[in-house]
Design a protein around this ligand. Structure first.
Ligand SMILES: CC/C=C\C=C\CC(=O)SCCNC(=O)CCNC(=O)[C@H](O)C(C)(C)COP(=O)(O)OP(=O)(O)OC[C@H]1O[C@@H](n2cnc3c(N)ncnc32)[C@H](O)[C@@H]1OP(=O)(O)O
Length: 307
């Protein structure tokens, strides 16, 4: 049913498959969340590109209970959708996200329902694992995810973006691992994925200080800083188009193997890669891409079968 829902939303927005600025305007989705989602707007601004916009701007896209669930539903479907080769994630309004919805957190995380300590703890573990899943689905999704951040990116927002593959931001963006300020250790992904030295991660997580766009670029958290949101969304869409125009076998194999290699030794990574490519190299995409390269044509001129 969810595939149908996402498909319907995308089909409805096919008129948005326009090049250039109008497509950028389209990915700003003025229409609100896409039913049945209440916190996400889903559209297809260009062929094979899916745009997910966090859409609770009046609450600065704070992550309420529905959001934590809807992201899992949305990415589970996207992972399987052959019409999607790349995802762009952004936030509606002035701010990317204010992190976890502090009102909802009070009701779910801070008021456990059982009074036996073991059962309460076990229940809490289940809740945290559920929250972790919201961003683990992004990392597990074989389609690359480009995230575009403007204004504040706080707490759970940093967890979200660290699960994405490519991070872009505006000059006014700032990032804050705010968890210690609200009395908890960040527990849904911020502390795990990154190289500690390049990100000064310890200092950020232990002091909750804000990191601004220039430092985020310098430390490798984001790969590009844009002057404003419109330019950033245009940049995100252009990058997504570059990815979507290449062999999905090559692109998705690259993402899966990058993540595998991050978590394994070089020898294990090479072994996994050899096993991966013993079948994947047999794709037609290799011959098609090599021929285009010999003819000095862009891979974007090739029609690749859906994956
Ligand atoms: C198991 C645990 C899993 C995950 C844990 C994650 C931890 C975290 O995410 S820690 C971070 C928590 N977030 C915060 O502390 C940020 C709080 N918000 C702000 O600092 C600011 O709102 C801002 C993001 C800097 C934006 O400022 P501004 O543009 O001035 O907007 P405001 O006027 O402050 O807010 C407008 C509106 O949104 C509501 N709101 C903002 N943030 C949250 C939030 N995190 N939760 C719930 N609601 C939020 C705010 O109350 C206002 O609502 P009104 O109804 O208009 O009053």
């Amino acid at each position: 049913a969810m595939t149908f829902i996402i498909r319907s939303a995308l089909v409805k927005n096919r008129s948005l498959w326009l090049p250039g600025l109008s497509a950028v305007r389209a990915i700003s989705s003025p229409g609100g969340p896409t039913p049945p989602f209440t916190t996400l707007s889903v559209s297809q601004p260009a062929t094979a590109v899916t745009h997910i916009e966090l859409h609770r701007p009046e609450k600065r896209n704070a992550m309420n209970k529905a959001f934590w669930r809807e992201m899992v539903e949305c990415f589970t479907q996207i992972a399987e959708d052959p019409d999607c080769r790349v995802v762009v994630v952004s936030g509606a309004g002035e701010v990317f996200t204010a992190g976890i919805d502090l009102m909802d957190m009070a009701s779910e995380v801070l008021q456990p329902e059982v009074d036996d300590m073991a059962r309460t703890s076990w229940n809490m573990r289940r809740i945290i694992a559920k929250y972790q899943e919201t961003f683990s689905v992004i990392e597990r999704c074989p389609k690359p995810v480009v995230v575009a951040v403007q204004g504040a990116c706080v707490g759970g927002g940093v967890d979200l973006i660290t699960a994405c593959d490519i991070r872009l931001c505006t000059q006014d963006a700032w990032f804050q691992v705010k968890e210690v300020d609200i009395g908890l250790a960040a527990d849904v992904g911020t502390l795990q994925p990154f190289d500690m030295r390049s990100l000064h991660r310890n200092a950020l997580a232990l002091t909750a200080r804000k990191m601004y766009a220039d430092e985020a670029k310098e430390s490798g958290l984001v790969s590009r800083v844009f002057p404003d949101k419109e330019a950033m969304l245009a940049g995100a869409l252009e990058m997504a188009g570059e990815i979507a125009g290449r062999s999905p076998v090559a692109v998705q194999g690259t993402k899966v193997n990058l993540i595998y290699s991050r978590d394994h030794s070089v020898a294990e990574g090479l072994n996994y890669m050899a096993t991966w490519n013993m079948s994947m190299l047999q794709t037609d995409d290799v011959m098609k891409s090599a021929a285009a390269s010999m003819e000095k044509k862009s891979p974007k001129t090739i029609t690749f079968s859906k994956l």
